[in-house]
Design a protein around this ligand. Structure first.
Ligand code: SAM
Length: 311
């Protein structure tokens, strides 16, 4: 299917859709380094720019619109829903593109925290807004570890099927579980995922295999916890500030932080996927991404549709 991708970042979500056999025909992001990464690894169809300044006529017709919209500026309060504030609500941009392009389907990804914003009212507002465009909307929290990603990353996946389309989107069945058994495999551990990577402190040719020297502390807070080598890694996060850079997980040897490459492997990016920009920017692009393997699991469910596509 022909896919338009919004808020594409370095392209984790898009890569999963491509691996499932779809074709991304247009993508967009405002973040120059991420766009450069995307161009080098995925394709030149990505347009750099602020989505709020891109008219829908510049977006091609497609079968699916996908995007992990940022969730800053959310509020259900009327005061915050003024015309000016609405520009900060990026999901409104996704609504706008879906309204104007009327794709058969859409898929939106977001952090788990979106479910509890304003005691769930924000999520109800979002789902209601998507429904009002004429789509049958579903929403489910998926754990990336259940699809073979060596990471416990919970993400909300919202899907929509246009009301006149004869199809029901079914979320992918879990393929992995904490202990495995009953036909499902055991979660992939971080140790297994990283076992073939060279020691970054010894000479090697692996790109992006460098790490932050920010001191290690073990106080139990985010970025300051021991990693259990026999379990999937905790969520690779882009949280942090502009001065100190993003919070980076410890390596499970508990002697240093993870390299960008190690986090990319934990996010299931291919080993030859090269990230552009400073180390801090690369950490952020990787952490922002949907793990391609999770994206693949969700994307392949659209292949069950046997109806007519856009010519
Ligand atoms: C969570 S990340 C998406 C990551 C992507 N789905 C992936 O899998 O790699 C959200 C993206 O929205 C982009 N973004 C934020 N505001 C934007 C705007 N006004 N126009 C276009 N992109 C924007 C950010 O630069 C960021 O890359």
């Amino acid at each position: 299917m022909k896919v338009v991708s919004l808020f594409s970042g370095a392209g984790g979500l898009d890569l999963g859709f491509i691996q499932a056999g779809h074709r991304i025909i247009w993508a967009n992001d405002i973040y120059a380094d991420a766009v450069e990464t995307y161009r080098k690894n995925i394709g030149t169809h990505i347009v750099e720019g602020d989505i709020t300044a891109i008219p829908s006529e510049q977006v091609p017709d497609c079968d699916i619109v996908i995007g992990g919209f940022p969730c800053q500026g959310f509020s259900v309060a009327n005061t915050k829903r003024s015309a000016t504030d609405e520009r900060n609500e990026m999901y409104k941009q996704m609504l706008r593109v879906i309204k104007d392009k009327t794709p058969l389907f859409f898929l939106a990804e977001n952090v788990k925290g979106i479910l509890s914003l304003e005691k769930g009212k924000v999520m109800q507002m979002i789902l209601g807004d998507f429904r009002n465009l004429g789509y049958t909307v579903k929403c489910q929290l998926l754990n990336a570890a259940d699809y073979g990603v060596p990471q416990q990353r919970q993400r909300v996946i919202i899907t929509g099927v246009r009301n006149d389309v004869d199809f029901e989107y079914m979320y992918p069945e879990k393929e992995y579980g904490e202990n495995g058994g009953c036909g499902i495999k055991r979660w992939v551990s971080v140790k297994d995922a990283l076992k073939n990577l060279p020691d970054p402190d010894k000479p090697n040719n692996l790109l992006n295999h460098e790490y932050s020297k920010y001191k290690l502390r073990f106080n139990g807070y985010l970025g300051h916890r021991m990693i259990d080598p026999d379990k999937p890694a905790p969520t690779v996060t882009a949280r942090g500030d502009d001065k100190g850079g993003v919070v980076v997980l410890h390596h499970y040897n508990n002697k240093r932080r993870m390299t960008c490459r190690e986090l990319a492997v934990i996010q299931t990016f291919p080993i030859d996927f090269v990230f552009e920009g400073t180390r801090s920017s690369v950490y952020r692009q990787i952490a922002n991404a949907v793990p391609p393997l999770l994206a693949f699991a969700a994307a392949k469910q659209f292949k069950l549709y046997k109806g007519k596509l856009n010519a």
